[in-house]
Structures are given as structure tokens and as C-alpha cells.
Design a protein around this ligand. Sequence first.
Ligand code: SF4
Length: 267
Amino acid sequence: MSKIQWTDVTDNPIHLIKPDGKHGGHWCKKISPGCANCYAEAQNQKPFYGWASMRPYTGNRPTLFLLNLDILNSWSRQRAPKKHFVCSMTDLFGDWVATEWQFEIFDAMVAAPKQTFQVLTKRPQIALKSIEEYCQINGLEKLPSNIWVGVSVESQQYADERIPVLFQVPAHIRFLSVEPLLEQVFLPLENISWVIVGGESGSHARLCRVEWIQSVVNQCQKSGVPVFVKQLGARSSITLQDSKGGDISEFPKSLQVRNFPKLKVEV
Ligand code: SF4
């Protein structure tokens, strides 16, 4: 099970491969201020994990990548329904990821309708192009409802840039991960099925004011959008015992909200 409260498991079919054929860690490219303290990069730099490549998430892409077909093939065999956060250690829509790999991943998701797949990106333009092309090739109007597509938003600038592109993505469930929340944001919420919100964790966490989180919760509730308050962050404006500010019992009552999208959708 994942420690990320809004999913059940994380699956990373794209990773590096070492010369001896073993798992060689992960890579992604930082793209905006929300990436500054990327947890995936931090994990990838810990020798504790035998697979860690120790590469920073900057510079040019490494040459050795592997699309792990075992992970993809396992999805349709799984009986118990689970939520899978796919590519939690990178961005499926990075410009270093071949479109054919994205399509192979979609194919495996489509073949596993009992499973729910959560795909999150900071590159919605590439996601839009890829998903439109996939739907066109496969005669689909939209991705099936077990594939949720979301964008990460950390500030007003990126809300304004990324959310309008997400609106155009042909998916039944479009969602926002407003994390790490770095300032007050106002979100356009039409056609958004779900919002996750939270402050930053880690030793370099930046300030997150509870009023900013409260504002997101209020906006969602006013618009009838399910909202999931993940954590108040390691540097909250209120004092908390939990190091990530993720213990819901410590949240102000009005922020003790962890809802999921309504799954009754047109198919
Ligand atoms: S897009 Fe995500 S995984 Fe990639 S560097 Fe940014 S925070 Fe890390």
C-alpha cells in the first residue's frame, strides 16, 4: 500500500535500467517551483534504496530507460479493485517519454477496467496531444472512466496555465492536485471532478497557510467538487505534531475533508 493517502498503490513502469539489467532508479525534469523539493528526486538520491540512480532531476535525460511490461501486464490480472497512481516518480507526459509508451500504458489501463488509474502531470499540453491521438486511433470519444487525468498546480500562475489545457483533455474524470500549495489560489472548477490539496513536506518545506487550504476547500464546496485535504505541510501556519502535517485529527474541523470523485459517470 502507498503512504500517499489518496491512492492505494504507486506503479512506475518507466525507470532506468542498469548495465546489469537491474532496476536503475528514476528520472524526471523539474519544470516549475512546485518541483523544487521533489520527493521523487529525494528518494532517488538515497543509497538506502538499492535502485537509486543518484541522478538529479535536472539536465539532459539519461539514455537508459525501460518500459516495465510486467507492471502493465499485471493490471488486468488483479482482482481486487485499487487506485493506482501511475508514474509517481516521474511525469508520464515528459517530453522524454515516447508517445508509443504512453499508448502502451493506456492500452494496459483500458484492459483493466476494474482498476482505477490516476495520472498526474505538469505538462498538460503533451497529455492533451497524446490522449487526443490515442482516442482518435482507438475510436474513443474519451478515455474510459477508470483513467483519471490530473494536473498539479502550486500557484495562481500555474493554475491559469495548466487548468484550461486540462479542460480540453478528453477524459471522464479530470482532477487537480493543488500541492505543494505555495500561495492563495483561485481555481476554475467547471468540469473538474476532484481536487487534492496540501502543503509541502520535507526538511526544506515552504510555508503553507491554513487559510490558503481553507480557501481551496471553500471554493470546491461552493462548486460541489469533492475535495481531499492531504496534509497541511511540514511548515504550516499552525503548530502540528505530525512531521508532514498529515494527521487529519490535528486539522481544524473544517479541513477534515477527504472525499473522492463521484464515480457515477457517463460511459
Ligand atoms: S514533475 Fe513531479 S516528479 Fe517531475 S520533477 Fe516535478 S515534482 Fe518531481
